[in-house]
Design a protein around this ligand. Structure first.
Ligand code: GDD
Ligand code: MN
Length: 359
């Protein structure tokens, strides 16, 4: 096993031939100047422009590891691949295209040797900035940041949650399973990592000079999926409930208009269809892999939880309206919240209770 170095700098590349050789040299000089022993880990997805060859040439002069994967498999999984190969006590991640200023790295590393377990290169703290970004690009970035902050409380202290430039202590992610489908690895780290203090370091996010950006609609869609996957079970539970309501209405519509089923028959049928939909979604997504017993038992129990939901809703709504004179819509709304809460608690702690060995 090769010996430890102070820092492993992980750089994912796809078509960065123009950039990577320059970046390696700049990083080498910076690390030497600042007294850090280093290794650079380039993870290239078999870039057609010959990025890997440029890296191989650099290996003659600098401490560079090269991992070449068979094809374009995504930025996040590339970073994780780099982490696996990394030997450093500190792990740094940056883009190859000079949008992340290399000069900031020594300061970020020093912070990570000090009191910060994670150091994020940030555009949105004092001294940080974005240069040459179009308004749509800015809006997408801020929107994505907002979604993360709403759904993932652990990311709220960080101003620039979308950053791809960061340093962390190895211990932060040791033994933590990070999702390679996750689009923004920093989010995975902030939500799942073991750290006490996450800091930000101002950077100027520069315009790209060579090559082009790979951000597209697929990335945006993947991002949304990623954040929802990282979100707390209760958030996923409520989201499934919302979708279930749409399923209920759709089923009712189809039964009534297409099949001519009587309304009083269609109502419970639609209700059952949405209950089954919710059940499947909770099985495969909300509470995935948390089960200890058989599926039939869970299905029965979930129906029980749904009955409790229904009964509590009717009871609470009527009690508030008749007993306490609360306005009708407000009564109903409160009863819905109470019903959801009970259903969640029963689902989480009884239907999909985790196997004891997990604790
Ligand atoms: N191996 C590999 N595989 N590398 C990839 C892939 C891939 O599928 N896709 C992109 N990369 C590499 C690029 O070559 C570059 O080094 C880095 O990942 C970032 O890709 P860009 O295409 O330059 O990303 P960007 O500038 O649009 O987006 C950046 O947005 C954030 C700020 O909002 C992200 O990459 C973040 O790192 C950045 O901070
Ligand atoms: Mn870029």
């Amino acid at each position: 096993m090769s010996s430890r170095v102070d820092v492993s700098i992980v750089i994912p590349t796809y078509n960065e031939r123009e950039n990577i050789a320059r970046l390696i040299k700049v990083l080498h000089d910076l690390m030497v100047e600042n007294g850090f022993s280093y290794e650079i880990v380039v993870v290239d997805d078999n870039s057609p422009d010959g990025t890997a060859d440029a890296v191989r040439a650099a290996q003659n002069h600098y401490n560079v590891k090269l991992i070449v994967r068979p094809g374009k498999m995504g930025l996040a999984s590339a970073v994780l691949e780099g982490f696996r190969a990394a030997r450093g006590s500190l792990l740094a991640v940056m883009d190859a295209d000079f949008q992340h200023p290399p000069e900031a790295l020594p300061e970020m590393l020093k912070k990570a040797l000090g009191e910060c377990d994670v150091v994020v290169g940030s555009r949105y703290v004092r001294g940080g900035s974005t240069r040459g970004w179009s308004p749509p690009r800015k809006i997408i970035s801020r929107g994505a940041d907002l979604i993360a902050k709403v759904l993932l409380p652990k990311t709220r202290k960080i101003k620039d949650t979308m950053s791809g430039y960061f340093v962390l202590r190895r211990e932060v992610i040791d033994g933590v399973s990070l999702d390679p489908r996750g689009f923004k690895i920093l989010l995975e780290v902030l939500v799942k990592g073991r750290y006490r203090k996450a800091c930000e370091h101002p950077i100027e996010f520069r315009a790209r000079v060579w090559g082009k950006s790979k951000l597209g609609t697929t990335e945006i869609f993947n991002y949304l999926l990623h954040v929802l996957n990282l979100a707390h079970e209760s958030i996923r539970f409520v989201l499934v409930g919302g979708l279930g309501t749409i399923v209920n209405l759709t089923a009712l519509y189809l039964l009534g208009y297409l099949l001519g089923v009587e309304h009083w028959v269609a109502v419970p049928l639609a209700f059952e269809v949405s209950t089954l939909f919710n059940f499947v979604m909770h099985e495969v997504w909300t509470f995935k892999s948390a089960f200890s017993r058989g599926v039939i038992k869970r299905l029965a129990e979930f129906h029980g939880a749904t009955v409790v939901h229904f009964v509590s809703q009717v009871t609470v709504s009527n009690a508030l309206f008749y007993g306490y004179g609360v306005e009708r819509v407000v009564s109903q709304l409160i009863s819905i919240v109470v019903g959801f809460f009970l259903n969640y608690v029963l689902s989480r702690y009884i239907v999909w209770r985790k196997a004891l060995v997990r604790f």
